[in-house]
Design a protein around this ligand. Structure first.
Ligand code: FMN
Length: 336
């Protein structure tokens, strides 16, 4: 039930019965040669998965400990060792796991209170090396420009365009949900825009439209506008090395999201501006200009740290609920 960037993350659980250990093995698409932003997105999701496992274990009377990317077996992402502990009390965050979901409604209403903001920041701080910052004033304006830049780039770079549209299940129409990939209904595209949105999945058309600047308009709708109007805009930062930081931030972000769910707050992750800034020059997914702008602006805003996740937030009671809930594959299909 944990989130992952495009709801298509491939991985398997391997149960080592005698030692009450569960290993997570990634699918073949997770390799050391993956472009940096894709690897970071996957590690953020693996962090969220393990956080959910550890929280759920407390409800079953277990404590767990995770070790990451162990050197003795390079095909394992994480090993989680559980032990029975009669003194453990269930972590209340676990109760929110089935209810957490992404909300992409364009308008969020109702801001989190300052007490709620402090509680959310405290959840992030539980994983050393990560922190939550609420973007306000000048920092918020500068972040909004980066969100616009990165979301626009997703429509004008052939590789990012492929990455985005290959995950959207247009075969479902605009009402149904699915257990893998992104159902179009979850994207909350306005009815009048749907035919156009479906048509631009064809790269030759999108390339022509980009030549006259349409990607900037799409980036405005997909990123700038929803983030600009959101009652709160936050960022999870880390000072850790890239892979370690991605795992820790994934775990922190999941705790934040579960706490927000308990507090009846809604959230949409907006990862592009953060993760595209991490690309290496050889990755060729975004233009050099875009990559350098993101990199230098974030470094100027937060020296000594890197942005793992940007998100917008509002109040569930005042905001429309998401049109559909994105599904998951059967649990048995993850077992090996
Ligand atoms: C690392 C990560 C990055 C994500 N980036 C985005 C994003 O940029 N935009 C967005 O709308 N959703 C984003 N999501 C949300 C996922 O699309 C969502 O979790 C997934 O489709 C499953 O849906 P659910 O969260 O409703 O269960 C991200 C999630 C994760 C974990």
């Amino acid at each position: 039930m944990a989130p992952s960037a495009d709801n298509k993350l491939e991985y398997f659980f391997e149960f080592i019965g005698s030692s009450a250990t569960i290993c997570i093995r990634p699918g073949s698409d997770f390799s050391p040669t993956l472009p940096r932003h894709k690897r970071v997105l996957s590690l953020l999701a693996f962090g969220a998965i393990v956080e959910n496992m550890l929280l759920r274990a407390t409800e079953l009377g277990f404590v767990g400990e995770s070790s990451w990317l162990p050197c003795d077996d390079l095909s394992i992402i994480a090993r989680v060792c559980f032990s029975k502990n009669i003194e453990i009390s269930p972590d209340p965050l676990a109760t929110a796991i089935p209810f957490r979901q992404t909300n992409r409604q364009i308008f969020f209403r109702g801001a989190p209170t300052s007490m709620q903001k402090d509680l959310l920041a405290a959840e992030v701080q539980k994983h050393a090396g990560t922190r939550l910052l609420w973007l306000e004033g000048d920092k918020r304006w500068r972040a909004l420009k980066l969100i616009w830049l990165a979301e626009s780039e997703r429509f004008c770079s052939i590789r990012l365009h492929e990455e985005l549209f290959s995950t959207i299940r247009f075969d479902l129409g605009w009402k149904d949900t699915c257990d893998q990939g992104l159902p179009p209904a979850a994207l909350e595209v306005e009815s009048v825009m749907r035919p156009m949105f479906k048509a631009i999945r064809h790269w030759p058309l999108m390339r022509c439209l980009s030549a006259v600047g349409v990607h900037r308009l799409l980036g405005l709708r997909a990123g700038f506008l929803p983030a600009w109007q959101a009652p709160a805009l936050g960022i999870v930062l880390t000072s850790l090395p890239i892979e370690e930081g991605a795992v820790a931030a994934g775990r922190s972000f999941e705790r934040l999201w579960l706490r927000a769910t308990i507090d009846r707050l809604v959230l949409q992750p907006m990862a592009a501006s953060a993760v595209l800034s991490l690309q290496e020059d050889t990755d060729l997914y975004s233009s050099k200009k875009c990559r350098n702008s993101l990199r230098s602006e974030w470094a100027d805003l937060f020296p000594g740290e890197w942005p793992a996740m940007v998100f917008r937030m509002g109040g569930m009671l005042k905001t429309d609920l998401p049109s559909v809930k994105t599904g998951r594959r059967l649990l048995s299909s993850y077992e090996r």
